[in-house]
Design a protein around this ligand. Sequence first.
Ligand SMILES: Nc1nc2c(ncn2[C@@H]2O[C@H](COP(=O)(O)OP(=O)(O)OP(=O)(O)O)[C@@H](O)[C@H]2O)c(=O)[nH]1
Ligand SMILES: [Mg+2]
Length: 227
Amino acid sequence: MSRPNQSRNTAGAQQQQQAPKPTSNTPAQQGGSSGNSGTTMKRKVLIMGSRSVGKSSLASQFVEPNSFNESYYPTIESTHTKTIKHEGITYDCEIIDTAGQDEYSLFNHKYAVGIHGYILVYSIASRQSFEMIQTLHDKILDFQGVDKVCCVVVGQKCDLNGVRQVKFEEGQALAKKLHANFIETSAKDNKNITDVFDLLMVEMRKSFNPPPEKKKQGWFASWFGGA
Ligand SMILES: Nc1nc2c(ncn2[C@@H]2O[C@H](COP(=O)(O)OP(=O)(O)OP(=O)(O)O)[C@@H](O)[C@H]2O)c(=O)[nH]1
Ligand SMILES: [Mg+2]
């Protein structure tokens, strides 16, 4: 059964758009150079996490606000596209919503190739799902052969505060350890959903198309308004 509100639900690699051909395992510098306002760039984002933590609900709410569905439809793989404007640049984002993982899931190598940023989701009501985040992050680094990736850690279902198993501070501390941003969200209450993507855009901008550094000006140039 597929979620009624998903943009495109594909089984495995079927119909999956090929990642940009990387020269290495990382998509570093793919999608353009610095200071490119006015252009459109492509960004490929992967959402990962344990089963039923609300990955699809998060993606759906972002792509199609007020689309929250109480029913649970496990995902095989689903791809959404959305155009995002950030700091004057237009990004064509491909958002890949993966099937829930557990510690025994095999890591598909396509989850490491050509991906610009990761959204790692746990449920604040499931300690097990929280513990999966470190495991997933380790696998990503391993496959990419790097020591840092653009990443946001998301504590989903924060409306379930009464049955919370993971403190806000624990999520924050883990994200810090992973050099990632952190945010708690509720797809149900439509809380902080767009902020997840904003945080990731900031990270991706720093890594892939940093704004040009301002030239250091001598006193003479700054005095006369020179370049
Ligand atoms: N209370 C609450 N329930 C949520 C929230 N987000 C999702 N759910 C519910 O949690 C269940 C699972 O949501 P999904 O979005 O399908 O979870 P998933 O992580 O995509 O699951 P898989 O595709 O199997 O990995 C559904 O019944 C949703 O309605 C939330 O923010 N709060
Ligand atoms: Mg899903």
